[in-house]
Design a protein around this ligand. Structure first.
Ligand code: HSM
Length: 292
């Protein structure tokens, strides 16, 4: 029977710390930024053509860095347009960081933010209750679909909010990357949860294919330096291990066998490569674009 290990998201402070260590040691934000200013720029240019006001939604936006990069690119593509921007984010700490970032960012006078401090499922229920008719030109769910109970229902809901020429962008870890390998072998032993932290883009593509929903796919190469995970007791390494397993204090709570097996897999060629003495984990990301 699978061990009941404590789940990382249940300890908000530890989650925030381990997420920060993950960002500091990976090229995740840089890869997403390169995508926003590369392939996404053209797509943003194509939405809401000729409109003077655009409606955009960031779902699970965290502390807002990706959102503001998208807004910057959107402004370049539609210089005169106002933007009505809905943010859906359940963490009060993240939302506060996001608001601070907005405060300290110039040239956002054309944007009106609406803050929805709630989970995606709550937002969906709220919209249905209010019969919200507001249609969106662009919706993005960046690295956030792990935290929903039913990813299919969630995607269909947000897709239903799209304007005729709108686009829904979803980013998740690659179906072929090291996250997928780690989860395939060890997810059952990391403990049972009612959310799907182990959803990869492979799962999502299968789901869309089976429903006949077309999409455009992009690959975003990314790496994570996990060298510190192999120094027992290293604070950053322990936090990174928590982020990788989504288990609180993984080294203390997992059995010695489970810990040894996970470290072995993480270090091996299925997950990582050694570059200049550093252990680099394949953190590749995939982006999918869906039309209404
Ligand atoms: N939640 C584990 C996967 C991940 N999240 C990568 C952000 N980036």
């Amino acid at each position: 029977m699978a061990a009941r290990l404590p789940i990382l998201v249940d300890d908000n402070l530890r989650y925030l710390k381990s997420y920060q260590v993950f960002l500091d040691n990976s090229s995740e934000h840089q890869s997403v930024k390169a995508f926003i200013n590369g392939p996404l720029a053209e797509i943003l240019a194509s939405i809401g053509k000729g409109k003077t006001a655009l409606r955009v939604m960031g779902v699970g936006s965290g502390s807002g860095e990706n959102d503001l990069e998208i807004l910057r690119q959107l402004h370049l593509q539609h210089p005169g347009a106002k933007v009505d921007y809905e943010v859906v984010e359940p963490s009060g700490d993240m939302l506060q960081k996001y608001k601070d970032l907005v405060e300290n960012t110039p040239d956002l006078d054309h944007v009106t933010f609406t803050w929805n401090k709630m989970k995606m499922s709550q937002f969906e229920n709220d919209c249905k209750g209010r019969n919200l008719e507001k249609k969106m030109d662009f919706i993005h769910i960046i690295q956030a679909l792990y935290y929903v109970e039913d990813s299919e229902a969630t995607i269909l809901f947000f897709k239903s909010l799209l304007e005729k020429n709108g686009k829904l962008l979803i980013l998740l870890v690659s179906g072929e990357g090291s996250w997928a390998k780690l989860w395939k072998i060890y997810r059952p032993q990391f403990g049972k949860t009612d959310i799907r932290e182990s959803t990869t883009m492979g799962d999502l593509r299968s789901l869309l294919d089976s429903r006949g929903i077309p999409y455009q796919k992009y690959e975003l190469p990314s790496k994570m330096d996990i060298t510190s995970c192999f120094t027992s007791g290293d604070e950053k390494g322990e936090l990174l291990l928590d982020f990788l397993t989504q288990v609180q204090d993984f080294s203390k709570n997992a059995s010695p066998d489970l810990r040894a097996g996970v470290l072995d897999l993480l270090r091996g060629p299925d997950c990582s490569q050694e570059v200049d003495g550093r252990i680099m984990f394949n953190n590749n990301i995939e982006a999918l674009l869906i039309s209404p």
